[in-house]
Design a protein around this ligand. Structure first.
Ligand code: AMP
Ligand code: MG
Length: 396
């Protein structure tokens, strides 16, 4: 039997020579989930002027502890006049602090009557004033190249009045599911058939990992068709993802078809689930051949496709797997293969506890449904309940 290879070696082989995709300039409106190809420097102070954090009264701190005439009313969005000496101004949240004022007192602490306000004496200089540039200072780094543009980053760009950014092109992915027994969910099942679970599952993961699905085909267990569809996929895709058909059975055609079109490395991996993994290339396209079992496919997508998409997108954070440590609520042991166990995380006062699903078989997709993480039990290990275990956190 072929020697088992480590996951690390397979990942190294997969990522070798892979570079981030071309750069394109796009509207920020359409940039959600994309990865910055440029570092962005702030060009504006945020906030652009001192403003009030409260509804209340602005004044000079030295005038506190007495009745003051109310000389102005400043709502958000309206330019203030300078503060008349010895007065205070009515101000609302987000209103710009008038030149000369340095402190805001919240309205609950102020007694107002006949255009006069009584300001308490026990207030602190600078209270309730949001300083200009407190969030972002013009000229400082705002976002680094390689940042995935999620909610806060998009908000930051908008805060700077930036409307376009340079991002890496999304990797183009062709997804080929294989197998004569597999039919679309819209079809009733005849004897011997099962529905295609991998296709929607992988489609979602591939899109979640930032790539664009440009081709989805189901391939019967037939050499000529497999070869034709692989060739077509290689013409348009950066990455071809296949499921099933990579074992050593007579009906496993992906491997042979790939050998006639490009280059194949078949890996027998020291991992469970998901022992067979085909890596290869046809022309410029990379091929990742995942096993057919839905759970192996799910785990394989997280372990291999996510880092690959991370590199293609130029996003270092995605190129490494999100890990955290938890205490195992179970006991298990492994032999030659590292076990990726589906676990549910419980956040307790004493830290995070990983609960393993009872049925860890690779054909049991229900265990992935509520899994928050994959506990990684290394090769040749006995893990006892209560011991620490490293987990791959299923998040992006
Ligand atoms: P294979 O690697 O092609 O031998 O497939 C391994 C197992 O996974 C078989 O039991 C297949 O029926 C099942 N399988 C393969 N592809 C899919 C799919 N797209 N959806 C659900 N199950 C699948
Ligand atoms: Mg098959």
């Amino acid at each position: 039997m072929a020697e088992l290879q480590s996951v690390e070696r397979a990942l190294e082989a997969l990522l070798k020579g892979v570079k981030a995709g071309d750069v394109e300039r796009i509207d920020c409106e359409a940039a959600a989930g994309r990865v910055l190809a440029e570092s962005v420097t702030a060009r504006l102070d945020v906030p652009p002027a001192d403003n009030s954090a409260m509804d209340g009264y602005a004044l000079r701190h030295v005038d506190a502890g007495q009745w003051l005439p109310i000389s102005q009313r400043i709502a958000a969005g309206h330019a203030p006049e300078p503060l008349a000496p010895g007065t205070c101004v009515r101000i609302f949240t987000g209103g710009e602090i008038p030149p000369g004022a340095d402190t805001v007192v919240m309205q609950e602490r102020v007694q107002a009557q006949d255009a006069q306000a009584h300001i308490p004496g026990d207030i602190t200089l600078g209270d309730n004033v949001r300083r200009r540039g407190r969030d972002v200072e013009a000229g400082t780094p705002l976002l680094e190249a390689g940042t995935r543009l999620e909610a806060a980053a998009l908000g930051h760009l908008a805060g700077q009045g930036i409307t376009q950014v340079d991002v890496h092109r999304r990797p183009r992915v062709a997804l080929l599911s294989t197998g004569d027994e597999i039919v679309a969910p819209s079809q009733p099942l005849a004897a011997g058939q099962i529905h295609n679970s991998n296709r929607p599952m992988l489609s979602r993961l591939i899109e979640r990992f930032g790539a664009e699905l440009i081709m989805r085909e189901h391939v019967p267990d037939d050499f000529a068709t497999t070869q034709r569809l692989l060739r077509e996929a290689a013409e348009c895709a950066d990455v071809i993802v296949t499921t099933g058909g990579v074992s050593v059975g007579e009906e496993d055609h992906v491997k042979h078809a790939l050998e006639t079109l490009g280059q194949l490395d078949l890996w027998q991996l020291a991992m469970r689930p998901g022992k067979p993994l085909a890596l290869g290339r046809i022309g410029q396209a990379r091929l990742v051949g995942l096993p057919g079992n839905p759970v192996s496919c799910f785990v394989g997508a997280w372990v291999y496709l996510r880092p690959l998409m991370g590199v293609l997108l130029g996003c270092p954070r995605m190129a490494t797997l999100p890990r955290l440590w938890a205490r195992a609520a179970f006991t298990t042991h492994t032999q030659a293969r590292r076990h990726y166990m589906r676990v549910r995380m419980e956040f307790t006062d004493d830290g995070i506890v990983a609960h393993a699903f009872a049925d860890q078989n690779s054909a049991v997709l229900s265990s992935c449904l509520e899994a928050d993480a994959l506990a990684i039990v290394p090769e040749h290990t006995t893990l006892n309940e209560g011991e620490r275990v490293e987990c791959l956190w299923l998040t992006d």
